[in-house]
Design a protein around this ligand. Sequence first.
Ligand code: GLU
Length: 426
Amino acid sequence: MKTIVKKQKMGMIDNVMHQFNQAADLMQLNSSIRKILSAPNSEITVNFPVKLDDGSVEVFKGYRVQHNNALGPYKGGLRYHESVDIDSARALAMWMTWKTSLAGLPYGGGKGGVQLDPKKYSNAELERITRRFTYALGDNIGPEHDIPAPDVNTTPQMMAWIADTYMSTKSTNERTKHAHVVTGKPVGAGGLEGRDRATGYGVVVALKAWANHHSISLSGKRFIIQGFGNVGFWASNFLTEEGAILIGVQDASGSIYNEQGIDPSQLLNFSKSNGGFITGFSESNQIPNDLFFSLNCEILVPAALGNQITLENVHEIQAQVIAEGANGPIDAEANDFLVGKGIDIIPDIYCNSGGVIASYFEWLQNRNGEIWSLEEVLSKLEIKMTTSFGKILKTAKAHNTDWRTAAYIEAISRVEQAYLQRGIFP
Ligand code: GLU
């Protein structure tokens, strides 16, 4: 049986560069700015030792790529995954530049992580890995310079360890000024109410905007989700609240199906008791991974890793709309095929931006010593995302192009303006 969720990343950088170049051509991006934006500003690689529970020492490889900061501090997640390497960090950092720009945030883009499978380490080891990685990054991160956040396999708890470690390296009377060095912290440690569900909530806001655009309702629509981590669970949760029906889920352990509908909360409880995996859930049947994308449904939400939809499987897709919860889930060739077929794609740099928008709220909350309520967070998030959807539609129409390219044009234009107005130092 083919395990689709596990393979990823081959050519993620090709994917993002292809998307960027396509938009840059269409908008006739200033050629000097095109050169600047084609490469990251800086790339940090660290090798750092950590003592494991059995007393042995392992050396880990961590990365932070800072793509661009023309609009503000670098912003973006840290992921813990075996696929983390310099190329994937470069691609993901660049995606963050477009994501923050499109959302109208005062941030640039960065991304990084540690190359490891977190399932192989105890909680105490993960704490030491996270703290030592933070220490190794030193002042390459900072509340007004580069602000990490959760991503694949990294948790609010880990963000609290990052904040604590970073703050501990500062002098006593400076320490508390640095809590916004990282976002996605647990609420008790300076985190934001709702940051945990923000990305999944944003995916559903995007789908509501899509449904509105077509004058249809999400109620009764069948959907399938690839990946049942934070984004996959919360997107399923909010979509079922809209009356949509979750009929299929895939994760690294396999694919499950129930045409009557799967309850996301029940599935989450099951997966928590099953090592984080969904297969074996009694209210569903396991199906071969090869059949997952061919399930008859209206909505597909890829919420796992990059490059999952390729020429190998794109022909199987039945959905009318693909809402990209993950970063870069569709490769360039599959994207062209889907656009040609008239399937709507809600692009990642817009669709999953709920997370970084909520991160911005958390950063503001910490910086200004405020505490925001859940309702406030979700309603501000909804307004921001609905506004962005309108901009994408308008730009797509003006340039007679697809939504992804339109989203890029919007995002790149903001960065281009910043360069044109400020000029290039010296
Ligand atoms: N990791 C998330 C993303 O890819 C969130 C980044 C953030 O909140 O800074 O958008």
